[in-house]
Design a protein around this ligand. Structure first.
Ligand code: EPU
Length: 417
């Protein structure tokens, strides 16, 4: 796996443009399975997870053509309704093929994803919801075998928590089901709203996107789509924090500032100057950030996928911050790596107490996942000397040319094998 080597101390300056959201495009690729024909997606980031999802779709019989931030998916009439273990292990998000493949084929076989670096990550709510719609599941030698007699049936499904993935699987199942499906306590993330807009452009009848009650009136069939992926608020937020920690002045374009309301508010509380306009944000870092308390929550709360980046910033803040992680049970594993750089952080179950230190000191660290990897690079941007972030391939799963974009803002950064 390659490494990113960063030497701290340069305030980042300039403008960086961002691309479509990883967590929208992956599901919008899967949505294509619902209608045979040639689909087009634009504003597609060139990231490893998109490549992996191309492999998942090819396994089902689709043809994939890639252009400059564009993707064409040619979906056959007859699909192979399965996702094997090597693909599901490489990318858990593959689990969202359950809904479309059941809806289109009446049967599905998907390897059960295990836990990952963020924790156990069960999928029981996906299965409960699909069972309420008439599906039956059996776990055979690690393979989840699902089937339904005839069409899936509309149902009222109340989620115990607004799970992104469960909402997506139920949307996929509901659009071709017989009757009306209500998803109560649905996820309200902008990526879900964008997926709903995409499904509606395919002929689906869905109301309530962006609210906790999503209603789907099933239709007999859907048509092909041409959709532009919503901007990636996590990519935008990551560059904003990178600028802020270096005391720099960074403008992020191609984003939707409203999708980052809570994250920008916390940057302001930490002493950053934040300006925003139509499609852009500008963040000016303070000389030293102030301590801030944060609790991660589903949208519109503070995003768990921005937690590690903010912890990196708070590790050099003036004062003590408390960060509470409410989504994942193992999202603080990277903190040992930050501690190697001199951060003073203690964790107790889902809380991290961060006592700000004057400076971090560069050293070799390991990126355990996408966001923690980005956070370690951010820590390196302000640390004394060089930081080598190993296993940087994790970062490439979610960020297109992360080091190149940071270099364009003035960072002293390079790739090493
Ligand atoms: N959960 C259950 N049972 C379920 C489903 C979820 O207990 O049946 C729990 C999970 O274990 C977790 C919580 O509910 O503790 C939230 O999980 P959710 O289903 O909302 O997350 P996800 O769909 O698996 C997506 C993103 C994640 C992001 C979360 C939360 C994709 C591909 N992944 O995951 O993104 O953190 O929503 O917003 O969309 C990332 O991009 O780095 C990333 C991890």
């Amino acid at each position: 796996m390659s490494s990113i080597v960063v030497t701290g101390g340069t305030p980042l300056q300039g403008t960086v443009g961002i691309l479509g959201a990883k967590n929208a495009v992956l599901k919008e690729m899967v949505a294509a399975l619902l209608a045979p024909g040639r689909h087009r997606l634009s504003n597609v980031p060139s990231i490893v997870d998109v490549e992996l999802m191309c492999r998942v779709l090819e396994h089902t019989g689709c043809k994939v053509e890639q252009g400059d931030h564009e993707l064409w998916l040619v979906v056959p009439e007859n699909l192979v309704p399965e996702a094997p273990i090597e693909l599901v292990r490489a990318m858990r998000a593959s689990i969202v093929v359950l809904g479309p493949l059941l809806a289109r084929c009446g049967e599905v076989s998907v390897a059960l994803p295990g836990g990952d670096d963020l924790g156990a990550r069960p999928i029981g709510w996906h299965l409960d919801g699909l069972e309420a719609m008439g599906a039956e599941f059996e776990l055979v030698h690690g393979e989840l075998m699902g089937r339904v007699d005839g069409r899936l049936r509309g149902a009222e499904v109340e989620l115990p928590f607004p799970s992104v993935g469960a909402t997506e699987n139920l949307l996929f199942a509901g659009v071709l089901a017989d009757g009306v499906t209500n998803i109560v306590n649905a996820a309200r993330e902008p990526e879900i709203e964008d997926l709903i807009a995409h499904l509606v452009s395919m002929g689906a009848e869905i109301t309530g996107g962006g609210t906790s009650l999503v209603t789907i009136r099933g239709v007999e069939s859907l048509r092909t789509s041409d959709h532009r992926v919503v901007p990636d608020r996590l990519e935008a937020g990551t560059y904003a924090v990178a600028g802020a920690v270096t005391g720099g002045d960074v403008t992020v374009t191609g984003c939707v500032p409203d999708h980052l309301r809570m994250e920008l508010r916390k940057l302001e509380e930490a002493g950053c100057g934040v300006e925003r306009g139509e499609g852009w944000i500008r963040v000016k870092g303070p000389e030293r950030p102030s301590a801030v308390d944060i609790a991660t929550l589903p949208f519109p709360g503070f995003h768990t996928d921005m937690q590690p980046q903010m912890v990196a910033l708070l590790s050099v803040a003036d004062g003590t911050s408390v960060v509470t992680e409410n989504l994942y049970d193992a999202r603080f594993r990277y903190i040992g790596e930050l501690a190697r750089m001199g951060a003073d952080i203690s964790t107790e179950s889902q809380h991290a107490v961060i006592r700000g230190v004057d400076r971090l000191s560069g050293c070799p660290v390991l990126a355990p996942d996408i966001r923690a990897g980005a956070a370690l690079v951010i820590a390196g941007l302000m640390a004394d000397g060089a930081t080598r972030v190993n296993d940087a391939a994790h970062i490439d799963r979610g960020y297109e040319d992360f080091d190149g974009r940071l270099a364009s803002l003035g960072a002293e950064i390079s790739r090493a094998d």
